[in-house]
Design a protein. Structure first.
Ligand SMILES: NC(=O)c1ccc[n+]([C@@H]2O[C@H](COP(=O)([O-])OP(=O)(O)OC[C@H]3O[C@@H](n4cnc5c(N)ncnc54)[C@H](OP(=O)(O)O)[C@@H]3O)[C@@H](O)[C@H]2O)c1
Length: 255
């Protein structure tokens, strides 16, 4: 029997990077998947094809987490997908992964950048989760995504990292709030990952890879695949007694 037989996961930002690897890990373990993309439908279609190749059902939905007023409509589209494809109105796993990277020194910070990071990384996640609360099965799982930057500090990441820090606090509160329903809530904090998210930084400063590898106990920069399995584990039976925890998956960056 598949580990995740009859389970349905909702993963935001599943079209690329860490979300894509989380989706493939969950599907590989037998879960069906609803995942979101923001603008890159082509990447989403490729992920849907891969999920089908793993023998699981997939539905890709467009979702912009910065558009707070669209969250109610998005949750209705999740409901429609659940009823059409699974004849149910609940999900088992919610993986709040979608995000963008933006960094600016305080002197250059604009209100626009602040608001965009705040909505995508904190307000949007909170209100999406709120709107989905009644649809998460008792005994289900919520996995949020933070960053190593909420523990160590690198110049210019203050707003991004502060929003992730807020999510770490919120994770503990929600774990308490949902414990009575047997729902676990945890947050994974990846270190630097060599993927689209950091492409601009790595392209403009190729020596960055070496610097990060030199400051990482396991001696290399992370890849998206390093994180998918952690999300898969947190959704598994074996992780049922873990809740309210920040789990750093950084290969030992800056320890
Ligand atoms: N990469 C790292 O070094 C790193 C380290 C620590 C934490 N993280 C966190 O890991 C998560 C995933 O990042 P990643 O590295 O996988 O990034 P990525 O490769 O750039 O992928 C980002 C994903 O989020 C989606 N997305 C972007 N803006 C969105 C918006 N406004 N609303 C909804 N979805 C949106 C993208 O959709 P499209 O494909 O349509 O653009 C894509 O699916 C983020 O929360 C990030 O903060 C990343």
């Amino acid at each position: 029997m598949n580990k995740f037989e009859n389970k349905v996961a909702l993963v935001t930002g599943g079209s690329r990077g860490l979300g894509r690897e989380a989706v493939l890990k969950l599907a590989g373990n037998g879960s069906d998947i609803i995942f979101t993309y923001n603008t890159n439908k082509k990447a989403a279609d490729e992920v849907s094809t891969k999920i089908a190749q793993l023998g699981r059902k997939a539905v890709a939905l467009q979702f912009d987490q910065s558009n707070i007023s669209s969250i109610g409509r998005f949750v209705e589209s999740v409901s429609s997908a659940l009823s059409e494809h699974w004849q149910r109105d609940s999900i088992d796993f919610l993986v709040n992964n979608a995000g963008i990277g933006k960094h600016e020194m305080l002197a250059d910070l604009t209100e626009e950048t602040f608001d965009s990071l705040m909505k995508i990384h904190f307000k949007g996640v909170l209100f999406l989760t709120k709107n989905l609360l009644s649809k998460i099965s008792d005994g289900g799982r919520i996995v949020n995504i933070s960053t190593g930057l909420a523990r160590f500090s690198l110049p210019a990441y203050r707003v991004y990292a502060s929003m992730k820090g807020a999510m770490e606090v919120s994770t503990r509160y929600l774990a308490k709030e949902l414990g009575g329903r047997g729902i676990t809530v945890n947050i994974v904090a990846p270190g630097a990952i060599d993927n689209d998210f950091n492409k601009e930084s790595f392209d403009s400063a190729p020596q960055l890879r070496e610097i990060i590898a030199g400051n990482t106990a396991l001696g290399r920069v992370g890849v998206s695949e390093d994180i998918g399995g952690v999300v898969g584990f947190l959704c598994s039976e074996n992780a049922g007694w873990i809740t309210g925890q920040r789990i750093e998956a950084s290969g030992g960056m800056f320890i």
